[in-house]
Write a protein that binds this ligand. Structure first.
Ligand code: URA
Length: 453
């Protein structure tokens, strides 16, 4: 059932200037003011520069719990709100990180285990890549299905992956793009409202939320990540959604591949049981959470066990193939990686000294990918799927001077840029010390499960 619940606002007479002034001075905004500002911006009556000013004021002044709730609601009801009324419809969302590609693994796993997974995903934001951009490296994969087609595919094969439509949280679509270019991404109320408006509009009964923390994440420290997790949990419970939040490490890229085609190939390898350990473990845990929330396993561990089994028996791999075919792509990508666009030139980045990797700068790596054309600098940029970086050595790994620690995939005309990235990688992106780092963050730092009823 699709409920058409676009909020109709009474015609309030507010002044954008006065609302900006209020937030700038740290005074809480009312429900009506927030609703009016968001709906006027979505309809085009408030220009980008005034919304940009409000976003910066929110970034600097914050929002209290009530304001965050009003903002989420205003963004949620800027479009349609689906309601599947089915406990098996579950989605996962991540706050974003470098090399974060779990959706392509956990989606097919959960769907193969009987969960219905309607993924409405985003494009790249800042230094982080976007799920929709990544899957589009598969030729003809159509991420612009209608809501009717989404429902049809969900019914038929349990899984669908589309980009944000104009029907689902259109306010977020516009605001998200503006935040990306105004340095206003890393804000708890703005992230809560952005993520939850989309997730709540999808009509799932439960959500598994991967909240990244560390140098490569929007939330740099554990305290901020915990506060974001709490804000997201509160919002989910207010809407009677079951929720699992996992705080996970983003002090280095997840898995080894960074770059669109390279990441999808790594996901297929993971579905074949040959993926990197961190990516495999996190995908299994998140998928296990989805299986549990769907009521298909008696607890999280039982869900993870089912997830593992779906990799072993190849059901998850075949589900990914089904997804590709259902959305217009060729199933041959699963067996033939030469179909993927991958840049021909490979530069080995070699360790400058022997020792142990103590730090990796995920943001630096993410921004280098953007420089190569694998991400966007402005919203109109076209993505180059073929460029990327494979990180061979991760935190805690032993390295030997002169041996490769990463490989860079680039085009011939990018030779100078590739050399610059190689130099920065050696000098800035990795810190090699003679001793193993004293503290290596666990991959999953905290898991909280909340049932709404
Ligand atoms: N992902 C989102 O969808 N929104 C944000 O604000 C950050 C990450």
């Amino acid at each position: 059932m699709i409920k058409d619940s676009i909020i109709k606002l009474e015609s309030f007479n507010y002044s954008p200037y006065q609302i900006l002034q209020k937030k700038r001075d740290g005074i809480a905004l009312s429900k009506a003011e927030i609703e009016w500002f968001v709906s006027s911006y979505t309809s085009g009556d408030i220009p980008d520069y005034q919304m940009a000013a409000l976003l910066m004021a929110i970034y600097l002044r914050g929002m209290n719990v009530e304001e965050t709730k009003f903002l989420t609601d205003a963004m949620l009801y800027s479009g349609k709100v689906l309601d599947f009324a089915d406990q098996k419809v579950i989605d996962k969302h991540s706050t974003g990180g470098v090399g974060d590609k779990t959706s392509f693994i956990l989606g097919p796993i959960a769907a193969a285990c009987g969960v219905k997974v309607p993924m409405i995903a985003g494009r790249g934001l800042g230094h982080t890549g976007g799920t929709v951009d990544k899957i589009e490296c598969i030729e003809n994969f159509n991420t612009s299905l209608s809501l009717e087609e989404l429902k049809h595919n969900l019914e038929k094969i349990n899984i669908v992956l589309i980009g944000q439509t104009k029907d689902i949280a259109p306010a977020d679509k516009k605001i998200y793009a503006l935040r990306d270019v105004t340095a206003t991404v890393e804000s708890i109320p703005l992230i809560t409202a952005s993520i939850m408006s989309k997730k709540l509009a999808e009509g799932t009964s439960g959500i598994v939320m991967d909240i990244k923390t560390g140098s490569g994440a929007f939330m740099k420290n554990l305290k901020e990540a915990k506060a974001l997790a709490k804000s997201i949990r509160n919002t989910a419970l207010r809407f009677n959604k079951n929720i699992i939040t996992m705080l996970t490490d983003m002090n280095q890229p997840l898995g080894n591949a960074v770059g669109n085609s390279l990441e999808i190939i790594e996901c297929i390898e993971t579905l074949k049981g040959k993926g990197p350990k961190d990516l495999t473990d996190l995908s299994l845990s998140l998928a296990g959470g989805m299986i549990y929330l769907a009521g298909l396993a008696k607890n999280l561990d039982a869900g993870i066990k089912m997830a593992k089994e779906s990799i072993k028996n190849k059901n998850a791999l075949e589900k990914f193939r089904e997804l590709i075919i259902a959305q217009g792509g060729s199933g041959d990508y699963i067996d033939d990686y030469t179909k993927f666009p991958v840049a021909k030139n490979v530069m080995e980045i070699k360790a400058q000294k022997s020792g142990y990797i103590n730090q990796i700068d995920g943001i630096g790596i993410g921004l280098s990918l953007v420089d190569l054309g694998g991400g966007r600098k402005k919203s109109t940029d076209k993505i180059d799927y073929s460029v990327g970086i494979i990180v061979h050595k991760k935190i805690g790994d032993k390295v030997i001077k002169g041996h490769p620690i990463a490989s860079l995939y680039y085009h011939s005309h990018q030779q100078v840029m590739a050399q610059e990235i190689c130099y920065k990688y050696q000098q800035e992106y990795v810190v090699i010390k003679s001793k193993i780092p004293q503290h290596i963050s666990p991959l999953i730092i905290e898991t909280k499960i909340d049932w709404s009823k």
